[in-house]
Design a binder for this molecule. Sequence first.
Ligand SMILES: Cc1cc2nc3c(=O)[nH]c(=O)nc-3n(C[C@H](O)[C@H](O)[C@H](O)COP(=O)(O)OP(=O)(O)OC[C@H]3O[C@@H](n4cnc5c(N)ncnc54)[C@H](O)[C@@H]3O)c2cc1C
Length: 505
Amino acid sequence: MKESESPSPRLGSVTGVTLPETSAILNVQEHGDSSARTGSVRTGFPKQGGQSLSYWLQQVRCDPLLDHRTTEDLPAEADTVIIGSGLTGTLVAKHHLETWPDRSVVVLEAREFCSGATGRNAGHCKPDQWRGFGKYGKAYGAEQAMKILDNEAATWQALVAYAKENSVDCDLWVGDTLDVPLDVEVAKTGREVFERYRSLGGKVDHIRVTDDPAEAFKVTRIKTAKACYAWQASTLQPWKLTAHIMRDNLKKGVNLQTHTVAISVRNGSHNNRKWVVETYRGTIACCTVVHATNAYSAALEPSMQGVITPKPHMCNKVVPPRAFCGFKTIQNSYGVLLPDGGLFSINPRCSADGMMMFGGSNPGQKQLDAWVEKHPEHCIDDGFSRVDSVTDCVRNFVEENFVSWEGSEIGPGEGFDYSWSGIIGLSADGVPFVGELPAKPGQWICAGHHGHGMARIFTAAPGLVQLMNGETWAATGLPDVYEITAERLERVRAASEGKSKVAII
Ligand SMILES: Cc1cc2nc3c(=O)[nH]c(=O)nc-3n(C[C@H](O)[C@H](O)[C@H](O)COP(=O)(O)OP(=O)(O)OC[C@H]3O[C@@H](n4cnc5c(N)ncnc54)[C@H](O)[C@@H]3O)c2cc1C
C-alpha cells in the first residue's frame, strides 16, 4: 500500500457484539476484531521478501539464530514436525521435549526464526481481567467467560514466572496496566460489564477502579480519561523471550530449520510414519505434525479455510518528546478504549529504552482493514510501513490527550519514528483452536490467537502437548471453547456461508 493510497484518518466503526443497554462497544482484544468472519477463504503462505522489520527484529540483526539450521540437510524422518517457530511452535517444542525427551523434533520455519506475529507484535502481555466479560459472556455464557479471563491471568503468570526463573534477557516489565475509557458511553458500558462480572463472582479484588474523571486524569495523564481500571500486566521484547526458549530447545536436541516452507502434509507409510511433510528442500516422514502456523494455518491445512483468516496489522514506534522522558516517563501500559470499539494499546517500555509502542485497533487500522478487504492479495502482506491513517490517529491521540505532548519541540531522532506490519490470525469465532485436527489423527493445531496470543500461548501450547500425551481436555485447564472439534468447525463454516449463526467476538 503506497502512503498516498492510505485513506485519510477519521473515526471509523467496527462491527462486534453490542451490549443491549447501549451502543458503545468494548474491544475485547488488543488487536483483534470481528472482521474475521468475512466468509472468504483469504489465506497464503508467509510472504518471502520485502517484509518491514519490526523494532524487535531490528535489534537482533547479527543473531545467527535468525537463520539457524541445525543440520545442513533436512532429516528424512522425525517423530514430530512442528511447523512454525513463533511463540506457539517454540513452546510446543519445549513441552514436547519435557514430555518425551527421547523423541526427535524438527521445527520448520518459512523465513527467519520467529519472524511472524510474535517477532512483530506490540510487546504487550495484558491479561484481560474484566473487559471481555460482556462479549465472551454473551457468546459463550458467564462460566466460559470467567474461564477465559482466569486463563489469561494464568497465562500472564506463567510467562512472567518463566522469564524471571530463567533470568531471560527480554526487557520484562511488570506493573500496572490501565484501561481508560475516553468517552462517557464507553465508561458507562465498562462499568456495567465490570459490575455484572463482579456480581456473578468474577475476581476483581486485584483491579483498582476510579470513575472520577479528575482522579482518572491524575493517574493516567490522559486529559479526556473518564475512568480508569488498573491491574498488573507486562511488556517485553517478544523475539528475545522466544529466542531464549528456542536456544534451550536446541541444547536439548531440537532440530530447527529456518527458511523452509512446509508446502503440504500428506499421508505416508514409511516406517510407520503416517504423515509426510513436504518442503522445497525435501520431505520429512513423521508420526506427529503440529500446526503452529497461526495466521497462515489455512494455507497448509484446508479445513482451516474461512476459519482462521490472516490480516495485516500495524505497530507504531514513537520516540517520546522530552516532556515524556527521564522522571516524566510514562510508567504504565495502557488500553485506551475509544468509542465504537476502537483501542490504542500502549507499551511504553518504561523499564527498557522508553520507546513507546502503539498497537491496537485504532480508527486508522480500520481503514487499512477496509483497504485490505478490497485488495485481498495483501492479506499476508507484512511489508507495510508508515501507513498514514494509523500513524495519524496515534499522533492525534497523543497530542490531544497527553498533557504537554502537543507543542513539544520534536528534535531529530524524536517523534513518529517508524511503523511496521505483522499478520494476525483472526479466528472466525474469536477464540483459538487447540487440539487434534478432526479426521487427521496425529495432526495437531494451536492457532487463531486473534491478535491476543501473548495472553494465551503460555498455557495453550503446554495444554496442546498434554492433549498429545492422551490427557483430557479438563486436565489442560483451558477454556472449553478453545477446543477444536468437528462440530465447532462445521458451525463456523456454516456461519461463514450464511447458513447459521456463530458468536462473533
Ligand atoms: C502488529 C501486531 C501487534 C500485536 N500485538 C500484540 C500484543 O501486544 N499482545 C498480544 O497478546 N498479542 C499481540 N499480537 C498478536 C500476537 O503477536 C500473536 O497472537 C502471537 O504472536 C501468535 O504467535 P504464534 O506463534 O501462534 O504465531 P506466529 O508468531 O505468527 O508464528 C507462526 C510462524 O509460522 C511460520 N509459518 C507459517 N506457515 C508456515 C509454513 N507453511 N511453513 C513453515 N513455517 C510457517 C511463520 O513464518 C511464523 O513464523 C500482535 C500481532 C501483530 C501482528
